[in-house]
Design a protein around this ligand. Structure first.
Ligand SMILES: Cc1cc2nc3c(=O)[nH]c(=O)nc-3n(C[C@H](O)[C@H](O)[C@H](O)COP(=O)(O)O)c2cc1C
Ligand code: SF4
Ligand code: SF4
Length: 254
């Protein structure tokens, strides 16, 4: 039986969970959006792993649903499961995902969430350090193991629908839209190494005259800030970098 996991992970938390599931090949959502990978026709189990963004589904996963999943024949997909990582307020993200999937004729069979550290600089100005991060991971280890077991035995767990979901989904869609982030700045320390261009999920950074330069398609994921080896990207008031649970190279999408 072919299983595929599609993951969107800016800072590595969701990738860590996807790797724990060990259910077939893992592919980044960016590979699907760029056309470098397509879910094979005979795929029967599909996992979708992503972080909660602005109380809802992150922009790359929204695009994956409407541009990739909606356009393929999904009749072979017998079990679709999803796991969201979040930092404090998971909202009704699984109910939202179920609504989105139902809208394109797919059924979500299982949804769960895992709380992991925050790397969102407007709320988490002092980056979560290694010890704190490991403590947070230890706290949810048994939850992750339970989710992995439930997915392995194809448990059905349909998330509850929350009130005001249409309004909330609309607000969340607006909040997750790409735009220029004028508060992120590339400093003198930039060596033009290009690592930020490879971790950016939006392909929004180019190297110009030996320095990184961001464009107008930022989703404020802060992967570039946290993964710059020179700590050369600044954000007002932000200190330190969140290194999470995976190596920077594992986050390279291209
Ligand atoms: C733009 C953005 C919006 C976020 N919004 C929320 C949110 O609404 N609720 C929440 O609990 N966490 C929120 N977070 C935190 C992430 O969901 C959390 O840190 C997640 O584990 C990150 O996963 P990743 O490392 O795979 O990207 C947000 C993070 C970012 C970057
Ligand atoms: S990762 Fe840092 S040093 Fe490398 S190009 Fe980007 S901003 Fe410059
Ligand atoms: S420019 Fe930086 S913060 Fe914006 S989407 Fe790319 S990696 Fe994320």
């Amino acid at each position: 039986m072919r299983s595929v996991i599609i993951v969107y992970s800016a800072t590595g938390n969701s990738l860590k969970v996807a790797k724990a599931i060990k259910d077939g090949e893992i592919h980044f959502v960016e590979e699907l959006l760029s056309g470098s990978y397509a879910i094979p026709e005979d795929t029967e189990r599909l996992g979708i792993i992503f972080p909660v963004n602005c109380f809802g589904i992150p922009y790359p996963i929204q695009r994956f649903i409407s541009e990739c999943l909606a356009r393929r024949d999904n009749s072979a997909l017998g079990y679709i499961y999803a796991v969201a990582t979040y930092a404090g307020i998971e909202s009704s993200v699984m109910a939202d995902l179920e609504t989105e999937l139902t809208g394109i004729g797919c059924a979500l069979s299982y949804g769960a969430s895992v709380r992991l550290p925050d790397a969102y600089l407007p709320l988490q100005k002092k980056a979560v350090g290694e010890i704190e991060a490991l403590a947070a991971l230890n706290k949810v280890q048994s939850r992750i193991e339970k989710i992995v077991e439930e997915i392995a035995r194809e448990e059905i767990s349909i998330p509850c629908r929350a009130p005001f979901r249409r309004l909330r989904r609309r607000i969340s869609r607006i909040a997750t839209r790409p735009e220029r982030n004028r508060r992120l700045a590339v400093g003198e320390g930039c060596t033009g190494c290009g690592i930020c261009t490879r971790v950016c999920p939006m392909d929004n950074i180019a190297i110009e005259n030996g320095k990184a330069a961001a464009g107008d398609s930022c989703i404020s994921c802060f992967a570039c800030y946290h993964r710059c080896p020179e700590n050369a990207i600044s954000y007002p008031g932000a200190k330190g970098q969140y290194k999470g649970f995976v190596d920077t190279e594992e986050l390279f999408k291209r």
